[in-house]
Design a protein around this ligand. Structure first.
Ligand code: GLU
Length: 452
């Protein structure tokens, strides 16, 4: 029987070795570190998890594909981007996870996202493995025709690696309904198959699930509400700060408003908007989704209640709740200190790994309820799995049924994380609860399926 401190030392050595073998991938190191650092209690308590090679296998992707994506811009110039798909773990089902198109994408970023996705997908309780992909292509400022040509070239390589029973991509930053449409069209053309379940996030008229666009944001608010409920509180009348202005942020604001909270901010890389009357979603959507513009236009058109703060960070705005919904490491220790000073009660991650480790620590020290992304934002991928189920059955469910399932799944994830944390001596620590519960499910499946 190994003790908890011996296990900690073994896990620390493992981490050093993983860092050595995967140089220059700081986001991947951060994601692995965050998980391994919480596993000691479960690995010490259950000897089968200390089996040599189990955790090493979990941290090594099953397959990594990197490919050239050449395409022609509107001036006829050839552009060359890099495409990625990391198929991380398929013990629980086909690889599942989004595609991110953003200039910051590199192998380390895709691996961090794929690693997170394994545990997140396990927490949904559904049959989906973990994967992630994307490209350093920047869709901003590109015409629809350029985006289409890029997506077609990307899929011309990717189609060999995916399939409804193999690997099922979806959207992430920079990949929404438009991109999924072009990707699906090219897949269908190359393979001559109507294989709806190969991608999720499709349009509702051609195999998409209702509530899929809303699911990540709605799910995160439901998770935040469950954390508050656990403390005998609710969302009614609370002020919330939300970062980002993409799909996750917009639907987070929508659900917060529906449940009686006041969401007062949104942001993009140019700065943030604070609107004391609450963000007007029709205006924000018009600017971001129709005009594909920046958030400063919101403040200009909204009138006296709103102002734009160039280069600022939403975390300086006093609030009861914070829902980071933009990108990784967007909320650091100073931001966390400002939120705590202003009396924040709960922080729930709509984006993947938006809170730095030092900031997470600070929230936990201050007794703030902290919902890690792999639990709190699992609603998106959960409804993707429901989309796959509908595709397989060649049916489509009404919105109310999908939303009911989403609510049940988010409440179940909350309960699982809460109970697991308690069982392993870390009451109220959703980070430990999520990591251990996700790990147990994947590790059990890997052990049962042998050394592969
Ligand atoms: N990109 C989303 C996530 O981070 C959704 C993935 C999916 O639907 O497959 O979970």
């Amino acid at each position: 029987m190994t003790t908890r401190s011996e296990t900690k030392t073994t896990l620390a050595h493992l981490l050093t070795e993983i860092e050595r073998r995967n140089p220059a991938q700081p986001e991947f190191h951060q994601a692995v570190h965050e998980v391994l650092e919480t596993l000691a209690p479960v690995v010490a308590a259950r000897p089968e998890y200390a089996e040599p090679g189990l955790i090493e296998r979990l941290c090594e992707p099953e397959r990594q594909v990197i490919f050239r994506v050449p395409w022609q811009d509107d001036q006829g110039r050839v552009q060359v981007n890099r495409g990625f798909r990391v198929e991380f773990n398929s013990a629980l089902g086909p690889y599942k996870g989004g595609l991110r198109f953003h200039p910051s994408v590199n192998l380390g970023v895709v691996k961090f996202l794929g690693f997170e996705q394994i545990f997140k997908n396990a927490l949904t309780g559904l049959g989906i493995g973990g994967g992630k992909g994307g490209s350093d292509f920047d869709p901003h400022g590109r015409s629809d025709a350029e985006v289409m040509r890029f997506c077609q070239s990307f899929m011309t390589e990717l189609y060999r690696h995916i399939g409804e029973h193999t690997d099922v991509p979806a959207g992430d930053i920079g990949v929404g309904g438009r991109e999924i449409g072009y990707l699906f069209g090219q897949y269908r053309r190359i393979t001559n198959r109507w294989e709806a379940g190969v991608l999720t996030g499709k349009g509702p008229g051609w195999g998409g699930s209702l509530i899929r666009p809303e699911a990540t944001g709605y799910g995160n608010v439901l998770f935040a509400a469950a954390m508050l409920r656990e403390r005998g509180e609710d969302l009614e009348g609370r002020t919330a700060v939300v970062s980002g202005s993409g799909n996750v942020a917009v639907h987070t604001i929508e659900k917060l408003t529906a449940l009686g909270a006041n969401a007062v901010t949104c942001s993009d890389s140019s700065g943030y908007v604070v609107d004391e009357k609450g963000i007007d979603l029709d205006l924000l959507r018009q600017i971001k989704e129709v005009e594909r513009g920046r958030v400063d236009a919101y403040a200009e058109r909204r009138g006296a209640s709103a102002r734009f703060v160039p280069g600022g960070r939403v975390w300086e705005v006093p609030a009861d709740l914070a829902l980071p919904s933009a990108t990784q490491n967007e909320l650091n220790e100073q931001d966390a200190a400002a939120l705590v000073r202003n009396g924040v009660k709960a922080v729930s991650e709509g984006a993947n790994m938006p809170t730095t480790p030092a900031a997470v620590h600070l929230f936990q020290q201050a007794g703030v309820a902290f919902g890690p992304g792999k639990a709190a934002n699992a609603g998106g991928v959960a409804v993707s799995a429901l989309e796959m189920a509908q595709n397989h059955a060649r049916t489509s469910w009404p919105a109310a049924r999908v939303e009911e399932e989403l609510t049940r799944i988010m409440n179940d994830i909350h309960t699982t994380c809460h109970e697991t944390a308690e069982r392993y001596g870390a009451p109220g620590d959703y980070v430990t609860g999520a990591n251990i519960a996700g790990f147990e499910r994947v590790a059990d499946a890997m052990l049962a399926q042998g050394v592969i």
